[in-house]
Design a protein around this ligand. Structure first.
Ligand code: NDP
Length: 302
């Protein structure tokens, strides 16, 4: 029986995950298909309940379901519990386990960004959605001592900070209102800037003006393309990285959880690159680019 793994999102017209996961199943001789399920939030409980069937290995969850999936599974891993967000589901018999592999994906990207330097201790994070939760938890585990979060809707950032209350008890985690002058003054005190908003995903906008980026800054944009923020950071002499490595490693970790096998990282990486070369600046729900030849869907959803 062909096993099934589904990506549940809304919309999920196409996805980079499809390109790399289907290729990985095929290369490892695993008889499984990676399907895209477009489900509105109201239909999420029913969709998750369906995963209890014997034909499912599990699922990925993307915008806007990562936080809503938390109460729908039977058990949460430490990362899923701490972040309050689930991006991967596995099945143990009829029971569902919620994981958050975005955390390991982010930590891998951060390690690469920091390189041989000492791990910094201060960061500014833009955004307070599902992706930002993995970023904050990853930074806490890495030993950051001061993390300032800016979000368009301050109350969402405040809610997220409250959620991390206990994990962040030993350090300073604060939400601040989104004002350019406050962001600028916080960036002066920080070594790492992470964009976890979707600004730059579909438009060529940057969340911050380029002239407040200093050459010492390490800039990670979770978006998997050369965004304006990253181009501005490079122009300022800063070190910049996009979200591809995070996407690759969250996907590799999910693959191993579903199959019990090591992920074919190089193949998954080349499939991602191929799908991106097909013109992927697109967001979840945009019409699929005709140029992409990736199997299992193409696009920029994670
Ligand atoms: P969510 O929908 O949960 O959060 C979106 C965030 O972007 C919120 O903080 C939201 O602010 C902010 N935002 C959106 N539009 C605007 C705007 N016009 N102005 C200001 N802020 C805005 O999404 P996720 O957290 O899941 O994803 C965020 C980004 O990170 C996406 O681009 C996604 O593709 C990427 N991502 C990449 C991953 C990877 O593996 N590389 C993994 C996870 C995410 P508000 O709360 O005020 O609405």
């Amino acid at each position: 029986m062909t096993k099934r793994v589904v990506l549940i999102g809304h919309p999920v017209a196409h996805s980079l995950s499809g390109a790399m996961q289907q290729a990985a199943f095929d290369a490892q001789g695993i008889d499984a298909s990676y399907e895209l399920w477009d489900r509105a939030p109201i239909d999420l409980p029913e969709a998750v309940a369906e995963l209890r069937g014997d034909d499912f290995l599990g699922a990925n969850l993307t915008i806007p379901h990562k936080e809503r999936a938390v109460p729908l599974v039977d058990r949460l891993t430490e990362e899923a519990h701490a972040t309050g967000a689930v991006n991967t589901i596995t099945r143990e018999g009829k029971r569902l386990v919620g994981h958050n592999t975005d955390v390991v994906g982010f930590r891998t990207a951060l390690d690469r960004l920091v390189g041989k330097q000492k791990m910094p201790r201060q960061a500014v994070v833009l955004g307070a959605g599902g992706g930002a939760r993995a970023v904050i938890y990853g930074l806490i585990i890495e030993g950051f001592q001061r993390i300032i979060v800016f979000n368009r809707h301050l109350h969402r950032a405040e809610g997220m900070v409250r959620h991390f209350g206990r994990s962040a008890a030993h350090m300073e985690l604060r939400a601040m209102p989104w004002h350019e002058s406050i962001i600028e003054s916080e960036l002066v005190k920080s070594k790492v800037l992470v964009n976890a908003t979707s600004i730059g995903l579909v438009s060529d906008d940057s969340p911050i003006p380029g002239d407040i980026i200093s050459p010492e800054l390490l800039v990670l944009d979770l978006i998997y393309s050369r965004t304006k923020l990253l181009r501005d950071a490079e122009a300022a002499g800063a070190t910049a990285m996009d979200g591809e490595l995070m996407l690759l490693h969250q996907g590799a970790a999910a693959f191993t959880l579903w199959t019990g096998q090591p992920a074919p990282l190089e193949l998954m990486h080349s499939k991602l690159a191929e799908a991106r070369a097909g013109g992927l600046r697109s967001a979840e729900g945009e019409p699929a680019g005709a140029a992409s030849g990736a199997s299992g869907g193409s696009g920029a959803a994670d």
